[in-house]
Design a protein around this ligand. Structure first.
Ligand SMILES: [Cu+2]
Length: 204
């Protein structure tokens, strides 16, 4: 009888110890799970931050015509190729127009000469058809539809939105987007013979 009790006691004790050990394993597993979850959460948080950073890099520019009306908006984003410029406009003269980034973030109507020359941090020549060209601020011509609207996308691959870089659009004093009356011939110096400036928007 006594021996049986001892055996029973030992058996129960063994079972209790066994279950405690199992609990510990569970706890470890739990801890590991927690750690894993935490990593997952940190990763997600980092991803969210990156998304916000990307979003913060979206720059909006309003272009005004010579009578100070907003005739176009440009959305600038940085990608691997450079700065992507999405342009959407209306009330513009139909046909091809020179489109450039100019060197000063100042658009004083009516002639917008305050925007200065083309943005040219590399001291290059104007135009992709010229050896020694183009200016960092040279962009492809835009083509306005018969109804005066335009919706286009160009890449400025020699500039960046990153502040502090030598070719940044956010240099001291800023830069400007300019639409000209005529098309850029991509070779005449210093600005492609594109005629007067009909719209201007400050990037700053
Ligand atoms: Cu220009």
């Amino acid at each position: 009888m006594r021996l049986k009790q001892v055996r029973l006691f030992l058996a129960v004790t063994f079972l209790v110890l066994l279950s405690l050990a199992a609990c510990n394993v569970d706890n470890d597993e739990q801890h590991r799970d927690d750690g894993h979850k935490k990593n997952e959460e940190t990763r997600k948080a980092e991803e969210t931050t990156a998304t916000i950073d990307e979003a913060a890099k979206e720059v909006f520019v309003s272009l005004k015509n010579q009578s100070q009306q907003i005739v176009a908006t440009a959305t600038l984003t940085e990608n691997n190729d450079g700065v992507q410029i999405k342009l959407k406009g209306e009330k513009l003269p139909p046909g091809k127009h020179g489109f450039h980034i100019h060197e000063t973030g100042s658009c004083e109507a009516p002639d917008f000469s305050s925007a200065g020359g083309h943005y040219n941090p590399n001291h290059a020549k104007h135009g992709k058809k010229i050896s020694g060209g183009p200016h960092a601020g040279d962009l492809p011509n835009i083509e306005v539809n018969q109804d005066g609207t335009v919706q286009t996308e160009v890449i400025a691959n020699l500039v960046t939105l990153e502040q502090g870089e030598s070719h940044s659009l956010f240099k001291k004093g800023g830069t400007a987007l300019v639409i000209h009356a005529k098309e850029d011939d991509y070779k005449s110096q210093p600005a492609g013979n594109a005629g007067e400036r009909i719209a201007c928007g400050e990037i700053e």
